[in-house]
Design a protein around this ligand. Sequence first.
Ligand SMILES: CCCCCCCC/C=C\CCCCCCCC(=O)SCCNC(=O)CCNC(=O)[C@H](O)C(C)(C)COP(=O)(O)OP(=O)(O)OC[C@H]1O[C@@H](n2cnc3c(N)ncnc32)[C@H](O)[C@@H]1OP(=O)(O)O
Length: 220
Amino acid sequence: MDITQQSTMPGDIWNPDWNDPFVPTVEPNDAFAELVSAVHEVQEAFTRARPTPTDCAALATELRAVAAKLKMFEVGEDDQLAGHRWDLAGRGQVMAPPLRIEEVTATTAKGRVTVGRFHSGRYAMNGGVTPLIFDEIMARLANSAGRPWARTASLDVDFRAPAPLDVELRVQAQFLRQDGRKRYMRGTMHHGDVLVAEADGLWVELKPEQTRNISERDTP
Ligand SMILES: CCCCCCCC/C=C\CCCCCCCC(=O)SCCNC(=O)CCNC(=O)[C@H](O)C(C)(C)COP(=O)(O)OP(=O)(O)OC[C@H]1O[C@@H](n2cnc3c(N)ncnc32)[C@H](O)[C@@H]1OP(=O)(O)O
């Protein structure tokens, strides 16, 4: 597995120049990416809205109809598309902030992310979202370069400055060292020159019996 091949995947939908981060440009024939983008639009619009009670009731009915339609396509976790599209920002996992991982080497990873009000605490990124972003990029690096699977054992995040919404943040990860099954990682998040958060994390390599449920298809 050469994860460095991930950096410029065809089908990558991120447009670094986009104005509205919640309406990413999608490749015209990538219907799933289009669906992900539509869900993101719903999430952001929902967060920003203050509908009347009558409108809330009507919208709930409409959304339940969409959910019922999607349930007709339910598959097992290995076969679902969400979270398995390594070429998409956020892997098509619609809860995840749309982190675009641009470069992964054996020892470093770089990415960019822009979040809006859906991921807001109050006028700044929610404190639970920052670790999601770090976990994603640091786990990707921990599992890069053909290393055996490792899971997050600990992730310690320091919030240094409010992470602003609607602007691009740069996220980096660094592989510090390996000690037996333990892989020590570090992460940073910047807005311009400002360090908004940093993280230290430990990934522990899984024993064979701990990888039984992990599908080969999960390989990035
Ligand atoms: C692997 C899945 C891959 C799927 C495909 C993904 C592709 C990857 C690429 C891209 C990633 C994108 C995103 C996906 C990411 C998916 C992975 C997650 O999100 S993981 C979810 C959250 N994490 C858990 O659920 C772990 C829960 N915990 C455990 O399963 C165990 O605790 C585990 C495996 C971490 C360790 O358990 P033990 O029994 O195998 O090993 P013990 O003996 O406890 O620890 C080994 C050493 O590590 C230290 N250690 C363990 N936990 C520690 C901790 N919290 N703090 C400090 N040290 C710790 C211990 O002290 C020990 O050290 P001494 O060898 O004695 O020196």
